[in-house]
Each structure stands twice: as structure tokens, then as C-alpha cells.
Design a protein. Structure first.
Lengths: 274, 558
């Protein structure tokens, strides 16, 4: 009796763990990954999904098994077993979740670091020439673009985002372009400096796996690098009034050549009009 | 001493206190009457909140805003959240069952402050009427139950002010209740009853009441400042007057995250009362249950900023709140493993109370897993303020707390009324509630991951089918209340007589008549030092079975 039960349990547990890992690797619930940090995010998602699937299936399996196995059958009048506790068992199921949670926490810290989340926001506050002009950056991912120190072709493209009820405006300081859609070149880092005119909004691109609130009076920033050409939705994710559901636009990721064409066309128009 | 006390109490019940059904509409001081007042009043607001939720799901059955005007939609979602939290779950899991059960559990004849108790209840109906009537008089608040400024400052002021007044009243009621529970549990225990002999629901209510008393005043203060911003044009939270909009979020979530525990800790306590009775087993791991409740209380106070990961928060703050929040999973996990071990080896009656309790375990585990995921900053940055979060918290507050409320009604209804509920109808109620709930909210996880933000009246047409599935689930949930209502009303009139103790339970509320008399016991209050003393002694043969739980459960949590 004893050995088969133990072997059966072990086999079930192994099946469960392997099944959970398989589910985590093969279930795809996320949209296209179109930015440099989206694959990093998806890696975290798969790990969390695997752990969650193992836990959920295990616990649901136990509940269903117990309800069937230990149900009161007709004629059974006596009580169940008087088990009031089991200290080693309780220590075990305190320690294991603690270790799992610690692992998940450290792992997600590593993921967040790889997404650029741990870079100090006020990175270029040391930059003396800009220090007086810059306000404090209150939240976001990545640091402010410091084009002055960068000399490669991959210098971040700085865009100023203004949110208002119910639209986003994108201002390109270099060409003095104002656009209702965000055009970005493929593969070049982009730094958004965002501020709201009225209430709190949020900038969300599901395909980039990033979101940041846009807050009146408190500039925030967001860095990303687009990796797949296409048109993706930019969605306001913070309730901002009756037309909140209508507050969305597009980010257009183009090959650098196409982007340059768009940029020079629009930059010229603006200059000539001005 | 007895002679000195009895004349005033007799005078009370003869003169000032009405008897019969009129008691339930009076300023009664009887904790059992007040408990049922909370329960029925809360259930009426649940039906109102359910109609509002149904209106949201009808609007979302199509991708365009065609069912109601957009500002009305925002009023409806604000009212839905506020009604369900402040007028249904918080008053019922705390006020209703707390008032009914806590005096029994500590061996007292009433709460510590009966008049305060009645005042706490009678603040709720006016607050609820104020909130609902604001829709008809001025238009209700439009800024969600979170009322973030500057939106809450710029939307029509009258509705927002009525919302603040209503929530202040409800918060006051909650604080009065919390003080009363702490005093009753700590000071009215009958001599000889030790703290570690109390039924688990007492511990849950003690922890919850500590949270209520510590955090609700912060919400009250915040809302008063917000009302100054709206009415007197001060600039606490208004950036255009030099205020800081993010400070409001910190203050709001300092209450509103503990509010989640105010809604689920009592539910944990109630499940801990229900399972041992119907499994005929002691509650597994009593001591670790007590410590995990208190750990949740402590940790629950230092995790609020996980609601603000995409707000104006610096990186270190995002990291700290990730770790603190993740660790809440440990004491919560202990409680769930203890319930599983309580089921294991029992003689489980598969009645409605057990089915709803096990439905709670399944739903809450899923909500807890998505909760740990949401606690991770990088994960949250994608899904914050999306339908993923909507799905997550409905799994916690509906799949968790509301399932437990139904389980508790099935469990204690014989005590409340002296009559049994119809079990077949109860199981049917469970089945369609469980299917409807999961059909409604499980698909919303996918919606959030793929780009549907929350609180929208219109959405990308690619999400139409999934939203319609969700709406069908909501329809099932609406239908599921009908067999329940019929069952409750019909059984009260003509259900089979329950007797004093139909479940053969050991906790003190069952050691008196059903329904119990005023002052709970006609004689001396029984001293129950082993509330979970069920079960036959373990036999050597069965020991090996229990040792197998170790490998079974443990590895699954890896």
C-alpha cells in the first residue's frame, strides 16, 4: 500500500511540474513583441505563468481529489481524523513559498533592471548646463536623453509628449515637429518626456509592454527601442473623463530611411510655415 | 449582581425595544438583530451594485458607446465600485457576521458598546441613499471609486461631494464597528477563555479591526482635503495651484490596500469556521493560522504603493513595494495549505456551504497567483489599469469574499431563522454562480494582456467576442441570485425546522436555541475551550497516509 501510493504521488508531482513548465512555454497570451524589452517581459511572463500553473493545478487537483475521496458516504456517521497540525509540514509549506517568492522577487528585479528600470531618473542632473532648466523627473523607466554626451548614431531620439483630454501630442524638439501620431525609427532608442495639461493620463503601448502615467505638474519619462516595424496602438490607461475610451493614437515604427523621409518632410513644412 | 443588571435589560426589551419583525426596522441594541440588519441591508445594496455591474457589461457587449452616455457610464462604474466595496462586502463580512458571531464566540451577551453598534449600522442606510440619490439629483461622481485628482476636482462638483460625504459616513460606521470588535474580543471574553482558544473568526476580526482603526482615518482625512480642493479651491492635490496629485494616491491607497484585507481577512475567518464543522475535523494548524493573520495585518500596512507602479514613483520605491507585496503570499499560502489539510482525511458533507467554501479556495488561489504576478513591477507595468487588473480583483473580492458570504449564509441560516435551506437549490445556486463568475472574469485576463484598458465605454473591435462571452457570464451571475432569493424567502416561511444544532457543531452559537434568545443563552454562557474538537483519534494505519501529504502538497508548491 505504502510504496505504490508514494510512487503515484511522485509521478503525479513530476507530471504536474513538467506540465506546468510546458504550459508556461507554449501558451501564448500576449500580443506581438515589438520593443527591445518586450522579449524580456515575455520571459518573466513565461516563468510566472509556469509557477502559477503548477500551483493552481496542484491546489485545484487537491481540492477536487479531497472532495471526492473524503466525501461523506451514506451510512458514515463517524468524524474525520483528529489531526490538529503537523509542525514539520507547516514549516515546509512556509519555507517553500518563501523561497519561491524570494526567487520571483529577485528574478523580476533582474528583469526590471534589464528593462532599464533601475537607472536613476535624474541621471543628467549632473549635467551642469542643463541643471537649472531641468525639473525633477518623478517616475518612469530609463533616464533622460543626454544627447550632449552621446556621439554614436544610436543617440536616443528625444520626444516631448503632452497629454490632454483626449489626445496625445508629440513634439520633436530637433525638427520642431508637432504630430498627433508618434513616428519612431526602427532600432533607435527613444526617450519620451511626458507631461499632462489637465488630468492624469497614461501612455501604454501593449506591443512594447510599457506604461507610464502622465501627470500634471510632475514630468515622467519612458525609454524604449522599437524592434519591429508596424503601427501599434498608444492607449490612455488612466481614467481621464467621459471620452477616456476614445483617447488613443498610433505609434508608427519605420525603417530609418522612411523615418528620415517623414522627418525631413515635416520638419521643412514646419520651418517654412514658421 | 444579577439582580442589579436584570431590571434595566428587562425594561429595555419591554418598553423601548419593539419585538417581532419590527425589531429589524428599529434602533435595536441586540447584536443579532444588528447583524441581520447589516446582512439584509448589504444584500439589497448587492442587488443594486449588481444591476450597475450588469449595465457595464451591457455597454461592453458592443465596442461602441451605444447603451448609455459616456459620462453616465463613468457614474455607473463609480457607483458600482463604491456600492460593492463600502455598502456590500465591508459591512457584510465585518458588520453582519461580526456582530452576529463575535459575542457568541467570546461568551458575551452582547457587544461591548451596543448603542455605538446600533449607531454604526444606522449610518449605512442614509449613506447608501445619499450615494444612490446623487445619481438622480445631481449626477453621481464620475472619477471612479479611487477619485483621483485632478479628475475628481474637474468633474461636476456636486456628485463628487455627495460621494465624499457618503464614503465619510461609511468610513465612520466602519471605525465605530472596528473599535467595538476590538473591545469585545479583548475585554468581554468570559473568564477562563484564553485568546488562543478563540474561534479563528475572532482572530480574523481582531486583525481586520486593527486595520480599520489604523487606516480608515487616513482615508477620511484625505477625502476631507479633497473636498476642500473641490469646494474651497484649496490646492492640496491640484497641480495648477501648486498641489501634488500623487500624494493623494499615496494617502488613498494607504487605506484602500488594507481595505482589501478588511474585505478578505473576515472571509478567511468565516471559512475557517465552516470547513471544520462540515469536514468533521479540527482546523489544521490553529497557531500558524493566527500568526499568518497577524502577519498579513502588518505587511498589509506597508504595501500600498504597488497600486502606483506606473505613477510618479522612483525606482527604489517600486522595488521595495514589490518585495513587501510578494511576501504577503507566504502567510496567505499558509492559510490555504491549512485549509487543504483540513479537507484531507475528513468526512466532508458536500453541501452548499462546503461547495461555496471550496469555490472560494479555487477562485482565490487564481486571484492570489495573478496578485503575486501583479506585485512584480515589470509585469505590472504592462497590465496596470487594464482588464487584467479588473479580472484579478474580482477574483479576490467576488470569487473570494462574496463566495464566502454565500457559504456563510448557507452555514448560519439555520441559526438565524431556525429553519433549513433547500440544499438542492443551494447546490444549483453554487453551480451557476461558479460557472457564471468564471465565464465573466477569466476571459478578462486575456483582454488586459492584449490591450484593453479598464474603465472604458468603448474599445477596439477585435475584443468584441471575448467581451460578449464575459457579458454572458455576467448574465448567468445575475440569474444565479434568483434561486438564492427564492430559497431564502421560501425557507424562512416553510423550510424544515432546523433544531438548535443541525450541523452538530461545537462553537458556542450552536449551543443555544435557533434563533437564539435575547442575551444569547437562557442560562449560563457555555465555556468552549476547544471550538474545533472534532474527529476520531488518529490510528497508526492512517498516519502513513497523512505523512504522504508532505510530498504531495509540498512539491506542488515548488
Amino acid at each position: 500500500m505504502r510504496t505504490p501510493f508514494a510512487i503515484l504521488t511522485l509521478a503525479l508531482v513530476i507530471t504536474l511540474v513538467l506540465g506546468g513548465l510546458w504550459i508556461g512555454q507554449n501558451v501564448n497570451l500576449l500580443p506581438v513583441d515589438a520593443s527591445a524589452n518586450a522579449p524580456v517581459y515575455d520571459e518573466l511572463f513565461r516563468v510566472l505563468f509556469s509557477i502559477g500553473a503548477i500551483l493552481f493545478l496542484g491546489i485545484v487537483g487537491l481540492v477536487v481529489f479531497s472532495l471526492i475521496k473524503f466525501r461523506r458516504r451514506p451510512g458514515q456517521l463517524e468524524d474525520g481524523l483528529a489531526i490538529e497540525g503537523n509542525l514539520p509540514l507547516e514549516i515546509f509549506w512556509t519555507a517553500v513559498p518563501a523561497v519561491v517568492v524570494l526567487f520571483v522577487g529577485l528574478y523580476s528585479f533582474d528583469i526590471y533592471d534589464r528593462m532599464g528600470g533601475m537607472v536613476p531618473l535624474a541621471h543628467d542632473a549632473h549635467d551642469h548646463q542643463m541643471m537649472d532648466m531641468k525639473e525633477q523627473i518623478w517616475g518612469g523607466i530609463g533616464s533622460v536623453a543626454d544627447a550632449s554626451s552621446a556621439d554614436t548614431s544610436l543617440a536616443p531620439l528625444a520626444v516631448e509628449v503632452t497629454a490632454m483630454q483626449y489626445a496625445f501630442l508629440f513634439h520633436y524638439p530637433q525638427g520642431d515637429i508637432i504630430s498627433g501620431e508618434l513616428h519612431v525609427p526602427l532600432g533607435q532608442p527613444v526617450t519620451l518626456r511626458m507631461e499632462s495639461k489637465d488630468v492624469i493620463h497614461a501612455f501604454w503601448v501593449p506591443e512594447f509592454r510599457i506604461k507610464q502615467d502622465i501627470i500634471p505638474g510632475q514630468p515622467t519619462l519612458l525609454n524604449f527601442t522599437a524592434t519591429k516595424p508596424g503601427r501599434y496602438p498608444i492607449i490612455c490607461a488612466e481614467l481621464c473623463g467621459p471620452y477616456h475610451g476614445n483617447m488613443h493614437t498610433k505609434v508608427i515604427v519605420e525603417a530609418p530611411g522612411n523615418y528620415d523621409t517623414w522627418f525631413s518632410n515635416n520638419a521643412k513644412t514646419t520651418v517654412s510655415e514658421a | 449582581m444579577t439582580v442589579a443588571i436584570s431590571p434595566p435589560s428587562k425594561k429595555q426589551s419591554d418598553g423601548l425595544q419593539p419585538t417581532g419583525w419590527l425589531r429589524y426596522f428599529s434602533f435595536s441594541l441586540d447584536h443579532k438583530v444588528i447583524g441581520l440588519q447589516y446582512l439584509v441591508c448589504g444584500f439589497i445594496f448587492y442587488l443594486i451594485g449588481g444591476v450597475l455591474g450588469g449595465a457595464i457589461r451591457i455597454e461592453l457587449a458592443s465596442p461602441i458607446a451605444d447603451f448609455m452616455a459616456r459620462d453616465v457610464y463613468n457614474q455607473v462604474l463609480t457607483l458600482h465600485g463604491t456600492v460593492m466595496i463600502f455598502l456590500w462586502i465591508v459591512p457584510v463580512v465585518n458588520g453582519a457576521f461580526g456582530n452576529y458571531l463575535i459575542p457568541f464566540y467570546v461568551g458575551a451577551r452582547d457587544m461591548a458598546f451596543p448603542r455605538l453598534n446600533a449607531v454604526a449600522f444606522w449610518m449605512i442606510p442614509p449613506a447608501g441613499l445619499l450615494l444612490i440619490s446623487s445619481y438622480f439629483i445631481t449626477g453621481a461622481a464620475q472619477s471612479g471609486w479611487t477619485a483621483y485628482p485632478p479628475l475628481s476636482i474637474t468633474t461636476p462638483a456636486a456628485g463628487q461631494i455627495l460621494w465624499i460625504l457618503s464614503v465619510l459616513l461609511l468610513g465612520g460606521s466602519s471605525i465605530f464597528g472596528g473599535i467595538n470588535f476590538i473591545a469585545t474580543i479583548l475585554k468581554l471574553r468570559q473568564p477562563g477563555l484564553k485568546l488562543m482558544q478563540l474561534p479563528m473568526y475572532c482572530w480574523a476580526m481582531l486583525g481586520t479591526s486593527i486595520l480599520v482603526v489604523l487606516s480608515t482615518p487616513v482615508l477620511a482625512g484625505t477625502l476631507v482635503l479633497l473636498s476642500f480642493d473641490i469646494v474651497a479651491h484649496t490646492g492640496f492635490f491640484n497641480p495648477s495651484l501648486g498641489g501634488n496629485a500623487v500624494v493623494y494616491q499615496h494617502l488613498f491607497w494607504f487605506y484602500s490596500h488594507p481595505a482589501v484585507y478588511i474585505m478578505v481577512l473576515p472571509a478567511f475567518g468565516l471559512v475557517s469556521e465552516i470547513l471544520p464543522v462540515h469536514c468533521r475535523k479540527p482546523l489544521f494548524g490553529y497557531t500558524s493560522m493566527v500568526y499568518s493573520i497577524m502577519t498579513i495585518v502588518l505587511l498589509g500596512l506597508v504595501v500600498w504603493a504597488h497600486h502606483m507602479f506606473t505613477s510618479g514613483t522612483p525606482p527604489w520605491m517600486r522595488l521595495f513595494f514589490t518585495i513587501a507585496t510578494s511576501f504577503i503570499a507566504v502567510p496567505t499560502g499558509i492559510k490555504f495549505f491549512n485549509w487543504l489539510a483540513t479537507l484531507w482525511g475528513g468526512r466532508i458533507s458536500l453541501n452548499s456551504a462546503v461547495l461555496f467554501s471550496c469555490g472560494f479556495i479555487v477562485n482565490f488561489v487564481l486571484g492570489g497567483i495573478t496578485g503575486v504576478a501583479l506585485a512584480q513591477v515589470p509585469f505590472d507595468i504592462h497590465v496596470h489599469d487594464t482588464y487584467f487588473v479588473v479580472a484579478h480583483f474580482h477574483y479576490i473580492v467576488y470569487g473570494g469574499s462574496v463566495f464566502v458570504i454565500f457559504a456563510s449564509i448557507y452555514h448560519w441560516y439555520p441559526k438565524f431563522t431556525g429553519r433549513m435551506l433547500n440544499e438542492s437549490l443551494g447546490r444549483f445556486h453554487f453551480l451557476i454562480t461558479f460557472i457564471g463568475f468564471n465565464l465573466c472574469f477569466a476571459p478578462q485576463h486575456w483582454l488586459g494582456l492584449n490591450g484593453m484598458p479598464r474603465r472604458v465605454a468603448e474599445y477596439d473591435p477585435q475584443f468584441t467576442v471575448i467581451n460578449q462571452i464575459s457579458s454572458v457570464g455576467a448574465l448567468l451571475m445575475a440569474i444565479s441570485t434568483l434561486p438564492f432569493l427564492w430559497n431564502v424567502v421560501q425557507s424562512a416561511l416553510s423550510g424544515p425546522i432546523a433544531g438548535d444544532n443541525p450541523w452538530k457543531a461545537l462553537t458556542p452559537e450552536w449551543l443555544t436555541s435557533s434563533p437564539p434568545p435575547v442575551e444569547n443563552w437562557s442560562g449560563k454562557a457555555p465555556l468552549v475551550t476547544e471550538p474545533y474538537g472534532y474527529g476520531v483519534p488518529e490510528e497508526p494505519l492512517n498516519l502513513e497516509k497523512t505523512s504522504n501529504i508532505d510530498s504531495d502538497l509540498g512539491s506542488k508548491s515548488e
